[in-house]
Ligand binder design. Structure first.
Ligand code: SAH
Ligand code: SF4
Length: 440
């Protein structure tokens, strides 16, 4: 029997698509794909290819203002602005830099900026999300055939990497955190590969007991433009060259992507088709939303990221205690939903496993996890994540010995297993630590 709280959650949880957010007088261009932009161009008497130019400017040249779109005649730019159109790409407004080079950003989503003057930033906390940049990744992609082949020696540390303490680079919302294009391209890069961790919702409705984001509850879904815009803002900040640089995206920030399915997948389409990123270098993590997994399994390979499942427990009993959503969609239902998915050559399903000291990190847990993964018959690997603490959350970190023993037991049982290095713990950027924070 479900408790009333779970029933209430469930109606939330069953919703996979959100309605398009109502935008007042402003009409954001960012978030529309080339097809939609071309259709609008035709509607206002322009050739369709003007829409392609517009898409190129938004997603490849990373313009933030209509006036920067030099491929469009000035009159057309003015006409668009006159109709209320604005670029409205999400903007990085605060940067926190960790001693390990990780950067956590507060990103303000202008698409939530309904009805305000052009250029004005929304003050609503529900319009702010967190995005993380991890130069050299976090080890989470290890074990992917493609990554193993491509792994390069780590880049030399940036000069301030070892010495920088947590410091807020900008305390007030700053509009100019992105560098001008020319400057970006000429700057030397101090990373060989990088991972961007993207949020899909503001807060989260799935009430995992060990996760700080859960404390926010669900504030709202992000639109496709708001999800893709976090990525483009970070590409612009670091001058990433899609197709040349080794860049991974993980949809593992705030929120449950499969409870905002339509917008999440629309963002993937924008990032693949318009921004030129590879879906094979993207991973989406879900807490196990079965209808979302079933839908995801039917997505075409050329647009489908890799899948990670937050297993986090050796059996249903423990999983339900730490992830109440397991009552609705238990472990076997999740595995059954994953099974029909047609994997690409060498692709594996990732099982993420958060090690909670004394709760999920015991040797007998490891043995049970090994049996569970092997019995599933799925080509899979396990990513272990030592629990990252957060204020007011009553778990303890696993001891380093427990982590080693756990990993060893899985490895000996023939289960590919990797340890995710915690990144940016000092700035609350590590897994499960994202909770919109506007420090004073
Ligand atoms: N909502 C999705 C994706 C975001 S959470 C999901 O749950 O899968 C990304 C990963 O961080 C999940 O595997 C989750 O189990 C893990 N996580 C959450 N809180 C954590 C914490 N405090 N320490 C370590 N990992 C955590
Ligand atoms: Fe939501 Fe994922 Fe945190 Fe669970 S672990 S509360 S699903 S963000």
């Amino acid at each position: 029997m479900l408790t009333p709280a779970v029933i209430r959650e469930s109606s939330h949880l069953a919703r996979l698509d959100s309605p398009v957010p109502a935008i007042g007088s402003r009409r954001p261009l960012f978030g529309l794909d080339a097809e939609a932009l071309s259709a609008h161009m035709v509607k206002i008497g322009q050739p369709a290819w003007r829409g392609q130019q517009l898409a190129h400017a938004l997603y490849r040249q990373w313009v933030t203002d209509i006036d920067e779109i030099s491929t469009l005649p000035r009159k057309l730019r003015q006409a668009l602005a006159g109709e209320g159109w604005a670029v409205d790409r999400p903007q990085i407004v605060q940067v926190f830099r960790s001693v390990d080079g990780t950067e956590r950003y507060l990103v303000r989503c202008q698409n939530g900026n309904r009805g305000q003057e052009p250029g004005a930033l929304s003050d609503s906390p529900a319009d702010t999300v967190e995005t993380v940049w991890m130069p050299d990744g976090d080890g989470g992609e290890a074990g992917d055939e493609m990554e193993d082949k491509e792994l390069r020696p780590l880049s030399s540390a940036s000069p301030d990497r070892a010495t920088t303490k947590l410091r807020r680079i900008s305390s007030q919302p700053v509009l100019g955190v992105d560098l001008p294009v020319r400057q970006r391209r000429t700057q030397g890069k101090n990373w060989a590969r990088a991972t961007i961790c993207v949020s899909s919702q503001v807060g989260c409705a799935v009430n995992c007991r060990f996760c700080l984001t859960a404390r926010l509850g669900l504030q709202r879904d992000l639109s496709a433009g708001e999800i893709a815009g976090q990525v483009v803002a970070v590409l612009a900040r670091h001058g990433v060259e899609p197709g040349r640089d080794r860049l991974n995206l993980v949809f593992m920030g705030m929120g449950e992507p499969f409870l905002n399915y339509g917008n999440f997948m629309a963002a993937v389409r924008l990032l693949v088709r318009e921004a030129g990123l590879s879906p094979q270098r993207m991973t989406v993590s879900t807490s196990g939303i079965v209808p979302g997994i079933e839908r995801f399994a039917r997505e075409p390979a050329e647009l489908r990221p890799k899948l990670a499942i937050s297993l986090n427990a050796p059996n249903d009993e423990v999983r339900t205690a730490i992830m109440p959503i397991n009552r609705k969609w238990p472990i076997q239902a999740i595995i059954d939903a994953v099974r029909p998915m047609r994997l690409r050559p060498h692709e594996r399903i990732t099982f993420e496993y958060v090690l909670l000291g004394g709760v999920t990190d015991r040797p007998e847990d490891a043995k049970e996890v090994a049996r569970l993964v092997r019995r599933s018959g799925l080509p899979a690997k396990v990513n272990l994540i030592a629990w990252n603490p957060g204020p007011g959350i009553d778990y303890v970190m696993p001891s380093p010995e427990a982590v080693n023993v756990f990993q060893e037991i899985l490895a000996v049982a023939g289960v590919p297993v990797y340890l995710r290095q915690p990144r940016g713990r000092d700035i609350y950027a590590a897994c499960g630590q994202l909770k919109r924070t506007i420090e004073e």
